[in-house]
Design a protein around this ligand. Structure first.
Ligand SMILES: CC(C)(COP(=O)(O)OP(=O)(O)OC[C@H]1O[C@@H](n2cnc3c(N)ncnc32)[C@H](O)[C@@H]1OP(=O)(O)O)[C@@H](O)C(=O)NCCC(=O)NCCS
Length: 150
């Protein structure tokens, strides 16, 4: 059984995130699939680290210390919009579901995501943790997860 936890990203995670972002399996599902030069990524990353309104959380395997994936959250509408990815070596093993579910359990606002139509793995994971598709655009759909009222 996998035990994994979130920790806030640090400056030293900059290159790992770039390499993950540039992997074809991840880049092709990005809203901007064109390659991003490393220096440009680093500038963006430094801004991200300084921005108290945006959060980057890394999902780390407690046993091995391996970085398994990330969730990024930014203010959006009356809540937050998320992006996520799982390390290519670890995709398709249920980790995306585990990661998104764990993150959403701590959420206190409405959550949003933009998912390219045809990104079946991401749609499956989003639907499983309670997101619903609320809007279909040209090649990207808007998904929303409302806070559960207990
Ligand atoms: C999307 C992503 C985070 C999902 O994480 P994951 O760990 O691979 O997902 P899981 O193993 O938890 O679940 C994937 C589920 O999607 C479905 N799935 C996966 N690949 C699929 C495919 N090609 N076609 C149809 N369904 C697929 C399956 O139902 C699978 O669940 P199951 O086999 O356990 O029943 C990961 O694949 C990823 O990082 N992809 C690239 C980046 C990306 O798309 N990010 C999201 C942008 S919105």
């Amino acid at each position: 059984v996998l035990t994994a936890n979130f920790r806030p990203a640090e400056q030293s995670d900059c290159r790992w995130l770039w390499q993950l972002r540039e992997h074809p399996s991840v880049a092709m599902q990005s809203l901007n699939p064109t390659p991003i030069p490393y220096q440009q990524h680093c500038r963006w990353y430094r801004q991200l680290m300084r921005d108290e309104h945006r959060h980057l959380d890394i999902f780390v395997d407690a046993a091995t210390g391996n970085k398994l994936g990330f969730i990024r959250a930014e203010p959006y509408e009356h809540g937050q919009i998320l992006s996520w990815a799982v390390e290519p070596n670890f995709q398709g093993q249920g980790i995306g579901t585990l990661m998104l579910r764990a993150w959403c359990e701590g959420a206190r606002t409405t959550l949003w995501a933009q998912i390219k139509s045809g990104n079946a793995a991401s749609e499956a994971v989003a639907a499983r943790v309670g997101f619903i598709k609320v809007e279909e655009q040209a090649d990207v759909d808007v998904w929303r997860k409302d806070l559960m009222h207990k």
